[in-house]
Design a binder for this molecule. Structure first.
Ligand SMILES: Nc1ncnc2c1ncn2[C@@H]1O[C@H](COP(=O)(O)OP(=O)(O)OP(=O)(O)O)[C@@H](O)[C@H]1O
Length: 314
């Protein structure tokens, strides 16, 4: 699969001198769902706006389908749909007209069949003649997506599609996104919610303080999350792990007071029962047993920490 968007060393300093993007390089693969996770003020919206050509980069480059967003703005922009964070719809306008109008803005000829397709895709066809003000919050969000899709873009950017919405509506949105992917649209979404990235993304990027800290296949991240540790705390410290217990998965804590066993929660056999009986056979006495899991949350929190150890407000 080729790259549909290529971002190279993208930097953005605002007028007041604030550097919101500090050299972001990222390839977006055609057909994927990429979730960009990051705390408030990380630079997610700035990144999306710059990639879409709404904000001008200070330096670096962006191409969409091979078109440079600066030099070849119209061609690049026509391939992009952008769903903003805020609901900015005209309350008295009707659903179908709202979407039709957006298509016109891209200089595309009138195409009632295309508008019908988009409205059906987003389960808005029954509401086509309703005014925007007559829709529920979830439907209004879907109208925003329909508007962004009205000119048949190949890439859709969703800026926090589920910020502040309830669980039900969030799941509804995830289904919409999955449906769009199935229809061949490449999707980039920003989110604060780790579970959102887990639920729908193919790849996850973590952005903090204007830098892309990590981009990785979600499954690989999940595999890391599947790792758990069992701490077998001992009544007496030991200097070394007894010969009979040695394994790649077992190590001794620094103070010698606990054995630390790594296992995969999703494996058929974790080996815990055997470990505990082997520990007893080796003559060691347990004081307590504790488990801990490295989660995407933990990976995320560690990544967005400042170099000086302070934590960003999430
Ligand atoms: N027009 C502007 N002028 C100056 N600074 C700005 C401007 N727009 C954004 N910033 C700053 O750039 C940084 C990144 O903002 P941005 O909106 O991209 O973050 P974000 O990751 O989308 O945050 P959120 O999750 O809160 O939406 C913030 O510190 C913000 O204050």
């Amino acid at each position: 699969m080729g790259n549909i968007v290529e971002i190279r060393d993208l930097r953005k300093s605002y007028k007041d001198g604030f550097e919101a993007l500090k050299g972001v390089t990222l390839d977006i693969r055609e057909g994927e769902i990429l979730a960009l996770l990051g705390p408030n003020g990380a630079g997610k919206t700035t990144l999306i706006s710059t990639v879409c050509g709404i904000t001008t980069a200070t330096s670096g480059s962006v191409t969409v389908g091979g078109h440079d967003i600066g030099r070849d703005y119209r061609a690049a922009r026509s391939m992009i749909g952008l769903v903003p964070q805020e609901i900015n719809l005209e309350p008295f306008e009707r659903v179908r007209n709202t979407v039709k109008f957006s298509r016109g803005l891209f200089g595309k000829s009138r195409d009632d069949a295309a508008i019908e397709k988009v409205l059906k895709q987003l389960s808005l066809w029954d509401k086509r003649d309703n005014q925007i003000r007559e829709l529920s919050g979830g439907m209004k969000r879907r109208v925003l997506i329909a508007k962004a899709l009205s000119h048949d873009p190949r890439v859709l950017f969703l800026d926090e599609p589920t910020a502040g919405v309830d669980v039900e509506l969030r799941k509804d949105m995830w289904e919409v996104v999955a449906g769009l992917k199935a229809a061949g649209v490449t999707i980039i979404l920003t989110t604060h919610y780790i579970e959102e990235a887990e639920a729908i993304a193919d790849r996850v990027g973590v952005i903090a303080k204007g830098e892309l800290m990590l981009v990785e296949d979600k499954d690989k991240l999940m595999a890391r999350m599947g790792q758990k540790e069992l701490q077998v705390q001992l009544t007496e410290r030991i200097d070394a792990i007894p010969e009979s217990l040695r394994s790649d998965r077992l190590r001794l804590s620094e103070d010698g007071a606990a054995l630390i066993y790594a296992y995969d929660t999703r494996a058929d056999r974790t080996g815990i029962t055997k470990l505990l009986s082997d520990v007893a056979d080796a003559g060691l006495v347990l004081r307590d047993v504790v488990t801990r899991q490295s989660s995407l949350e933990e990976i995320f929190v560690n990544l967005v920490k400042n170099g000086d150890g302070k934590e960003d407000a999430a």
